[in-house]
Design a protein around this ligand. Sequence first.
Ligand code: SF4
Length: 495
Amino acid sequence: MSDHIQRLSKSQYLRGLQCPKALWLHRHRLDLAPPITEQKQWLFDSGHEVGRLAQAFFEDGLLIDEPYRATDRAIDATNHAIADGREVIYEATACSPDGAFSRIDILKKDGPVHRWDLIEVKQSTAVKDYHIDDIALQRYAFAEAGYDVQRSILMHLDRDYVRRGGIDPHQLFLLEDCTDLAVSRMAAVPGLLANLLQVANQSDEPTAPIGRHCRSPFECDFVGYCWQHVPAYSVFNVFGGDKLDSLLAMNILDVRNLPPALPLTDRQSIDVQAHVSGKMHIDRGAVAGFLNALEYPLYYLDYETIFPAIPLFDRSSPYQQIPFQFSLHTQQRPGSEVAHEEFLHIDGDDPREDFIRALVESCGSRGSVIVYNMAFEARINRELAARFPRHAAALEAINTRMIDLLVPFRSRYLYHPAMQGSASIKKVLPAFVPELRYDDLAIGDGDTASRQYLKCIKNMVTEDEKQTIYADLKRYCAMDTWAEVRLIERLREII
Ligand code: SF4
């Protein structure tokens, strides 16, 4: 049994609001949580980078640099800083008598008297609902600790910021005064806090139903533990919203047990029938219509991108997708050989102009450009056109030729039970072309590709490691377009 818990930090409070059981498990059975993934660590690191830039926005602050668990020392250091007349304090710390514990990113004095603004920094580009619970708890902690709190401000990235030269923190961030929203949720804090402290301190594991809250607003660390009884294909793969909630309330997880009177959309009906029968659904007419719209030569195209929170290059914005690689398989005529071309920018600087030139040259001027999830590639081309206007006409011409291979699967022209409700190429490929596999590749998904590429251009790896990563990236991207080739062939065989 752990020590008695007298304080909850804001992250514990938010975890408890999402699910009290998650708070308890985190406190008592952290061994059940998976290790921190590289993706999650990358997100933390990105948040720290954003935090450092936010501190540059409010210069000359004092950092309360106490270890995470040294809460009393952090509170004392904050009090000393205030007594010393500091007007900007980073990681200022306070705790209410009933245990609301807060380290605010920036505590800023508002005017000559002891009034304070609380500034919470987020690496998002908008205020989200759970941010309000976050700042309500922080405001409560400081107010109950005796601070005269003025504004509660959320400071987040401005998606419209365009980098020109060095990063300008005063342009990069937007400050939103969320005082009224924070105040509106403060009255509920003491009751919620008391309940969550009680749960955290109980010796028995609390019970909690699984549901949509397990993945929202955050993916819970304990899904692997609590969802062990959920079939690989379940009502979660088919339904959402109120319909899912009502099925869960009836303890129905297996789609074989759906109430006969439950109304289903066409798509839900196709998915459920395919699962129950184990047979593929095919609308041959719709598939034929899709294939007949293809015009030779066929260009099978796929992009890889980075999307850093802090723009790396001039003329780019927070989280803007920056394409650094494409793969292109080309087939001139039906039955002719399929040729392969690729582009990978390895110079470490802005890849976009070289990318555009190579793309335009490789894609020719006629024939269908086949992509998987056109919204992605078409949007990138539009953004490239906006930032590099002299290439706009050529990029827009490519967009007019695009055909989305996602459509036959998403629209259920075909549905195979192995897709498990998803039209992602990672699910579609094993269902229709099982001999092609991503799990044999060192890089097997877009997020990993992005991180690995960033490691190279930020010189976080050796030259030898870079060469390995570049080879892995080429194999991965080429696999995506070869998968498109094989899927089209498969569609032709099926009809
Ligand atoms: S998986 Fe769901 S039920 Fe289990 S602790 Fe997390 S949120 Fe709660």
